[in-house]
Design a protein around this ligand. Structure first.
Ligand code: MLT
Length: 256
């Protein structure tokens, strides 16, 4: 289905009925990542998935896709679908967007599940890496996308998930280059939202990968303590939903 937000076409899906759940994908991903899990969740929920601006089948909104503008896009989706409040499951960048949404629209946020994500801002070193990533995207987008996607998986699972990795790369290679760059800029410039997570008093969890190469386990442990948010550890890299699907389903049913 299509939503027009700020004269920009945004793709989304809706299935099931019951309390609303919005699933937000990560960087270089799309609503496709939730296809399997959304079938399970839709047995008890209205499940919305969206291609965030510049990803999947959605167009670009701007030169920088801030977490706030992406959260506003999600809000436009809720308005279009006449949904008052929703729970959020955000994978990595999708978690950053969920936190921005919770800050902008606390009264509309029922729960926050951060999957391989973090409420913290980028460190200075990580910001520099983002600038390097933008430079690389400008000269060799294919090379950057292929490297970045392989690096999301734990080294030990790259062989086992070779076909999933190939499918992700194929899809991401179809995204507009300026959309990917807008996402990198948005992540680089995002603000710290540890206090948003800490003060969010409804249902909240962090789910992390024990071998996550992007958000190390030790970082998740510190943040979960600081933000008073229960941490669930799963044996996987950054792509927990793919690398340990059965475990994620069990967790989702358990924390329901
Ligand atoms: C993601 O998976 O969304 C990104 O890798 C997150 C990040 O780079 O901070």
């Amino acid at each position: 289905m299509k939503l027009i937000f700020n004269e920009t076409s945004i793709f989304y899906t809706r299935k099931g009925s019951g309390p609303a759940l919005v699933l937000l994908h990560g960087f270089l991903e799309s609503a496709t990542m939730w296809e399997r899990l959304s079938m399970t969740l839709a047995q008890k929920n209205t499940v919305l998935t969206i291609d965030l601006p510049g990803h999947g089948q959605s167009e670009c909104l701007d030169e920088t896709h801030t977490m706030e503008i992406m959260a506003e896009t999600v809000n436009a989706l809720l308005q279009k679908e006449k949904i008052g409040t929703a729970g959020f499951i955000g994978h990595s960048m999708g978690g950053y967007v969920a936190l921005a949404f919770a800050e902008l629209f606390p009264e509309k946020t029922d729960s926050l599940i951060l999957l391989n994500s973090s409420p913290a801002e980028d460190s200075p070193e990580r910001k520099q890496n983002r600038d390097r990533a933008i430079e690389l995207m400008l000269v060799n987008p294919k090379g950057f996308i292929q490297m970045a996607i392989s690096n999301l998986f734990a080294e030990t699972s790259r062989k086992q998930f070779a076909s999933e990795i190939a499918a992700l790369k194929k899809e991401a290679l179809s995204f507009p280059v300026h959309g990917i760059i807008a996402g990198i800029r948005g992540m680089r410039d995002r603000k710290d939202r540890t206090s948003v997570l800490k003060h969010f008093k409804k249902r909240k969890y962090m789910i992390c990968g024990t071998k996550d190469p992007i958000i190390p386990l030790e970082v998740s442990e510190i943040l979960s303590k600081h933000c008073e948010t229960p941490l669930i550890k799963v044996e996987s890299g950054h792509m927990t939903l793919t690398e340990n699907y059965e475990e994620v389903v069990k967790i989702m049913l358990f924390i329901d």
